[in-house]
Design a protein. Sequence first.
Length: 292
Amino acid sequence: MLLRSQRTLRQSVETQGVGLFTGSDVRLRFLPAPADHGVAFQRIDVAGSSPIPARIENVASSQRRTTIARDGVQVEMIEHVMAALAGLQIDNCLIELNGPEVPGFDGSCLEICRLLIEAGCVEQDVLREVISLRMPVQVSAGESDVEVSARPMNHCGLAITYQLDYGDRSPIPPQNLTAEITPETFVRDIAFARTFVLESEVAALRAAGYGLRMTSQDLLVFDASGNVIDNELRTPDEPVRHKILDCLGDFALIGSDLRGYFNAYRSGHRHNHDLVRHILLTHQSSTCSEAV
């Protein structure tokens, strides 16, 4: 693929659901946006609030999810929407919501993808900006043996490897997967993968006020033996596919197409965000004319 035109939605579409963390009933509306608008979220339930660009500079600290904030207003759990938009190469979109958090749906971004595909896309008369990695970049957390890195690829594409390994005592076995991201491969291989949690973590999350309206049928809950409670895996390695989904959504906060090979070992949202910051510090926007 050579340099491509920016894209937006052909028409507005909306849906509704329940927030995974806050339990809020939220209506979500996706609207077309002009070239160079980027992706932004607007809380229509907060009087006078303006759109919050989904950019790394607006990321706020939060656990187990990606949150953006500006002028005292925040939107939580945006990573699945960001992954869907990035995976489908929809660059300009305003997302209106009437609550503090994007709905969790089934824990994946499959419903969001279906909605966006239903809306359709149109090309715009401005080229999409690209950051093509020219040098290796790495973020690590030595105390927890976590690492996420990126380096140039020998062709002009985006590939993500995730190495999931929670140790010998974890009921989830180690999983490793590489996905080269195109709209077709994203929908086929990644979009359906759901959020997962250990049964042993559920009590603490509920005690903190999270997931009070969720059941084991709304996401993947693994018991101590590694079995999924009241649910079924869509693929044996669904957890690692979901981690790639999260990576793509977090990396999209850079606001441009990315070209390079990304490798994540046990990383979470905070490490993904740090990598994006490092890339912006060490790379300038460039174009790539090689074919994928």
